[in-house]
Ligand binder design. Sequence first.
Ligand SMILES: Cc1ncc(COP(=O)(O)O)c(C=O)c1O
Length: 484
Amino acid sequence: MQKASETSNSSRNLYKYDQVSRYIMDLIDQGTLKPGDRAPSLRKLSKSLKVSIATVNQAYLTLEEKGVLKARPQSGFYVHADLNREIATPKPIISTCQPRKVRFGELFEEIFAISNDPHIAPFAAARPSMELMPAKALMRETRSVIARHALESMDYCFPPGHDKLRQQIALRYTDLGLNVPPEEIIITNGATEGLSLALQTVAKRGDIIAVESPTYFSVLRLIEKMGMLALEIDSDPQTGISLDALEFALDTMDITAMLLVPNFNNPAGSLMPSAHKREVVRLLGERGIPLIEDDVYGDLYFGDERPDICKCYDEQGLVLSSSSFSKTLAPGFRMGWVTGGRFHDRLLEWKQATSSASPSLQQLAVAEFLRSGQYDRHLARLRKAFRAQVEKARFMIARLFPEGTRISDPQGGFVLWIELPRGTNCFELYNEALQQGIGITPGMLFSATRKFRNYIRINCGFPWSEENERALEKLAEIAKRLAV
Ligand SMILES: Cc1ncc(COP(=O)(O)O)c(C=O)c1O
């Protein structure tokens, strides 16, 4: 049996070597170390990071195994020269532009079901790991709310929601140079309810809703359930919706509304440049068409600055903007919001009619968490973690998956969009992986036309464990088999 001291020693060593790997990955991400550069020597790094040479060596060997570093005899470790070249991003998709009825089968329900199963490797749903969430601090705030406002936290909090939380959200908009008064913000049960209310407010059965392609499957599901039609507009894997394709669609079709995820779209990870956001708002504004924007990943940027949102360019009140704390704080709290511009009153009626209220305790706890500054400190750590997790997954996939695989290069969020060699049937890949206890989302769920047959989406919202690395290796083996 292992002694207690041995156990704590070995876990401490594991922690240190992981820290060293991360340190090197950060240097590569920031461009301090470039492909072909020599990594710091074992001796030098062990001295500067105050860890043993064996720990640094172990970290370097792991990075070599992942294809990040390459050992050269008598010379040390080098950043793999092909690092950037090896990882190609998915090709832009050119699709036919016809509005479609959306029809989802059982696959949609199955993805939700497997995502609730702790025995299945967590690559399916786009969910952040609870290990990364500030559970203790948030629970401390929650307990304090219960102690101080017991009755209020159990009572109804009718729409538009608690003023303390709406005030905090309004303050966050000022970081983007936006003035959205608290009275224009409606608290919702997650962003899903915000999007659902927005769609119900601006469109009805039979109307055409323009969306980017690929698009988040729950958006397509909402369109399906409301009897509307989805018009998929071509999108670039890096910059999002094609402005030319959008203009053509607007000129030739009777579009009622548009729904976009401009920042780190799910699944492609694309980020619309500010100029594109401005142009989309202008194109729609000219025609009086409302834009529903979903910004759930906006706070999870990897660069230095938070990207702006389409609402920043909205002069006519035609943009309805929704977001939530589901990807950043506590998905189970179901705390989201929507601000509806000129549609505010109708949005409020829909909220009152369909869900009456949102949970009071959670609103108060999140408001306090934001007010105290803890949320921003947590976000800074979370962004770093997601960036490292996504980077690591890209390196592993590039090394393990069949030749010809293309991987998205998101600048925020925590999902990867993977294009497998043509002819690979990702539904088969999904089924075979599931039999081995691995969850993924097959690409066809992200389109009403069931395209993206050779694509999958991988969730990277969790710190990589040995178990999940093994699951990814198994997935790669199946993908290789199906690719031939
Ligand atoms: C783009 C996008 N919007 C909305 C949601 C759902 O957000 P919420 O859990 O706040 O309803 C998700 C979750 O995957 C998402 O990826």
